[in-house]
Design a protein around this ligand. Structure first.
Ligand code: AHM
Ligand code: MG
Length: 329
């Protein structure tokens, strides 16, 4: 398998998906199509992210689009783009999104359920800093064509069949796993294609970067404060963008830990289990990293509601284990 991957560096995403679809346990063609739909929507969103600062300017001159989409806020627009692409693709029966209170019915014949944060990092959207898309894919439990059940929607992270993220950064990347390691693709805008640039990504087991919003430290649990002190005693590097995907991605490549604990403002934690934490936990574990809420493995947490929040500790295995040993929760 590793030689197959080695040979495919530089391979376009479409070909990579096709070459590897025999790894999917079932409905391989359909999951492949679903991944392609996500990639396509991400290219559209990427184009819009790239001209974000021009939207007001151009919108005033005349919007490109009769529906007026171009004047929408970028996160709402991204939700529209992903929903449309997935609706057209037909593989998805239900879509859970940060942007909608309830799940959205798509094609009832579809075999997959998707949970997505179409554009994460809202505080960074207007200021030209990296933002991301996060997605989790589940196989529905009820037979295709029958009414959707709560058990189709509220699946645990360990049930994910694929997950990943798009990082709209200095270059745009798509990173995903189907449970056979993690592969990263970089977008080549003039060709309009993603190419395999980071095959079989592994997160360093140790790291020296810690990422946390330290402005909220007064209300962090004592063990988290203790862990931060430990990081300082070790003279680790503090890096916090405030875009989960970007912070996670940097830590995955360089080795580090991302922490969003319970705070006075967000007693359950701020981040959402279904469309922020589970996907990154799956990617982290597939890359050799670790993800926990302090008590349970993120992927084992029982999902009770769509927008459930959780404390989130994710990153290099030894760093997360050190934090756990101090009793974080
Ligand atoms: P959002 O979904 O409203 O964008 O919030 C999620 C974001 C994450 O990207 C980021 O890691 C975190 O919120 C930052 O929160 P804070 O500004 O409290 O540090
Ligand atoms: Mg978000």
């Amino acid at each position: 398998e590793s030689s197959r991957i080695a040979h495919s560096i530089g391979t376009a995403l479409d070909r990579f998906i096709k070459n590897n679809q025999d790894q999917f346990a079932y409905a391989s063609g359909e999951l492949s199509q679903l991944l392609r739909d996500i990639a396509l929507a991400s290219k559209v969103v990427n184009r819009e992210v790239n001209k974000a600062g021009l939207i007001d300017l151009m919108g005033a001159v005349g919007s490109q689009n009769l529906a007026g989409d171009d004047q929408q806020k970028l996160d709402v627009l991204a939700n529209i783009r992903f929903t449309r692409a997935l609706a057209k693709g037909g593989e998805v029966c239900a879509l859970i999104s940060e942007e909608s209170d309830t799940y959205v019915d798509l094609n009832n014949e579809g075999k997959y359920v998707i949970a997505i944060d179409p554009l994460d990092g809202s505080s960074n959207i207007d200021v030209n800093v990296s933002i991301g898309t996060i997605f989790s894919i589940y196989r529905r439990k009820s037979p295709a064509g029958t009414p959707i059940q709560p058990t189709d929607i509220l699946q645990k992270g360990s049930d994910q069949v694929a997950a990943g993220y798009v990082l709209y950064g200095s270059s745009t990347m798509l990173v995903y796993t189907t449970g056979h390691g993690v592969n990263g693709f970089t977008y080549e805008p003039t060709l309009g294609e993603y190419f395999l640039s980071h095959p079989q990504l592994k997160m360093p087991e140790d790291g020296k970067i810690y990422s946390i919003n330290e402005g909220l430290a007064n209300s962090f649990p004592a063990a988290v404060q203790e862990y931060i002190k430990y990081c300082k005693d070790c003279q680790y590097t503090a890096r916090y963008i405030g875009s989960l995907v970007a912070d996670f991605h940097r830590n995955m490549l360089k080795g580090g830990i991302y922490i969003y604990p319970a705070t006075a403002k967000s007693p359950q934690g701020k981040l959402r289990l279904m469309y922020e934490c589970n996907a990154l936990a799956f990617v982290a574990e597939q890359a050799g990293g670790r993800a926990t809420n302090g008590k349970d493995r993120i992927l084992d947490i029982e999902v009770k509601e769509l927008h459930q929040r959780t404390a989130f500790y994710v990153g290099s295995k030894n760093m997360v284990e050190k934090a756990e040993s101090l009793g974080i929760h």
